[in-house]
Design a protein around this ligand. Structure first.
Ligand SMILES: *Cc1c(COP(=O)(O)O)cnc(C)c1O
Length: 425
């Protein structure tokens, strides 16, 4: 039985001063106060528990408060919580860089740290543009991106999102204009893309793609072959291939990185979200030695002029190292495969629901695609899921499950049952 609960003052008073993410504040309801979390369970202030089906925006991949993560962060906290990264070095960052290079696609040999995914994308774009200007090709400075893509909320990242359906579309006038294509899904599409690239290549610095799964822009999937073919086209047209693996990285799609499944090495790769196991903010932009070398000279002008204050924060790097330990010591990829099978099995009955147009699963991503949605309907769904004691946040026209990889089969069934029940109602 939930305890009698009185909304505390911090919440009611504080709410008048908080500006929430992606929220129309005029109609916003009070967010649910969380007092603790463990595994996949969020404990609310009123004593209720919710099963988190989206791993706090897909980042808490080992569940909440995994003891190994907590321990490693605490022990780092005793030694060095923070130090600037220019002119000073620390072991957690250097070790993490070496480890990321060793597990990433072969040939990505340099790591630039930042504090959030959006910044990792900005850094990637800056690297690509300056790569070409350092090579005396300053006209190559635009980017190619794809419909249904999402690459963060800062200026560069926003300019790469879908200009029609993307959440930043009201700011289109404010952003640099990029080339937007559909992800090719046939030979004909590929040939058309190749033709376009031939036309525009003199003006293009890089192509940015979320490989295999386009996440926040609509949860759309494409094949590893498609990724490999786009990568090949980039090579042929002297366009840097930038893989935004902020959502797909660290096992989410079934392999450690989506690029590994496509068997390619991107020129630049962005990581974030699950990098620290969801314990704190950290992101990384990885580059090949070829990209790195274009910045070398005897002048500062050709160097990468970027340096977030909190880049490579030691606590965050310790968390990331601990998260990589867990990928080595616990059977994460097997768990992801089991989640994939279970999602396929348990979500397929949603096919028969009237408002469902597609059900798809890739790794630990399960998507139920709806027809006829409105903003109000989506908000109502969110409230209904809370009533079912699950934390799911459908958006646009999709209901999706992206749980921690440590979720039990029973907990996952509770999520898929809730999806079926709520959508059937
Ligand atoms: C979440 C996300 C980002 C932005 O990361 P933040 O840490 O929220 O800035 C960029 N690209 C992709 C693919 C993402 O999923």
């Amino acid at each position: 039985m939930p305890k009698p609960y009185k909304t505390p003052e911090w919440e009611t008073e504080g709410f008048n001063h908080i500006w929430l993410p992606y929220t129309q504040m005029q109609t916003a309801s009070l967010p649910l106060p969380v007092i603790s979390a463990n595994g996949v369970r969020l404990t609310l202030a009123n004593g209720r528990e919710l099963i988190d089906g989206i791993a706090s925006w897909w980042c808490t991949c080992h569940g909440y408060q995994h003891p190994h993560l907590v321990k490693e962060i605490s022990s780092q906290l005793d030694k060095l919580a923070h130090v600037m990264f220019a002119g000073l070095a620390h072991e957690p960052a250097y070790t993490l860089a070496r480890r990321l290079v060793s597990i990433g696609p072969k040939g990505l040999s340099r790591v630039f740290f930042s504090d959030s995914g959006s910044i990792a994308v900005e850094v990637a774009m800056k690297m690509a543009a300056q790569f070409w200007s350092n090579r005396k090709e300053p006209d190559k400075r635009k980017f190619i991106c794809f419909r249904n893509g999402y690459h963060g909320d800062t200026m560069g990242g926003m300019s790469l999102a879908d200009p029609e359906t993307g959440m930043h579309r009201t700011l289109n006038h404010y952003m640099p204009e990029q080339y937007v294509f559909d992800i090719p899904n046939s030979r004909t599409d590929l040939a058309a893309l190749a033709e376009s690239l031939e036309e525009i290549k003199e003006t293009v610095a890089g192509l940015v793609i979320e490989p295999l799964v386009q996440a926040a822009g609509g949860m759309k999937f494409h094949s590893p072959e498609t990724v490999a073919e786009i990568h090949q086209l980039c090579k042929e047209h002297q366009i840097l291939f930038i893989a935004d693996e902020i959502a797909t990285g660290f096992g989410r799609t079934g392999s450690m990185f989506a690029c590994l499944e496509a068997d390619i090495t991107p020129d630049i790769m962005c990581l974030g979200k699950a990098l620290t196991g969801g314990m704190m903010g950290l992101a990384a932009t990885l580059a090949t030695e070829e990209v790195f070398e274009a910045f070398l000279s005897d002048r500062l002008e050709t160097a990468l002029m970027h340096g977030p204050t909190f880049m490579a924060n030691p606590l965050a790097c310790a968390a990331a190292n601990a998260s990589l330990d867990l990928f080595e010591d616990e059977p994460r990829l097997a768990q992801i495969q089991a989640i994939e099978t279970q999602l396929q099995e348990e979500l397929k009955r949603c096919h028969k629901l009237g408002n469902v147009t597609d059900v798809r699963v890739k790794g630990a991503v399960g998507v139920v695609q709806l027809s006829n949605t409105s903003g109000e309907y989506i908000l109502a769904l969110r409230q209904r899921f809370i009533k079912e004691s699950v934390w799911l946040r459908p958006f646009s026209d999709v209901v999706y499950i992206m749980p921690a990889f440590t979720i039990s089969t029973t907990e996952l069934t509770q999520l898929t049952d809730a999806v079926f029940k709520v959508l059937a109602a």
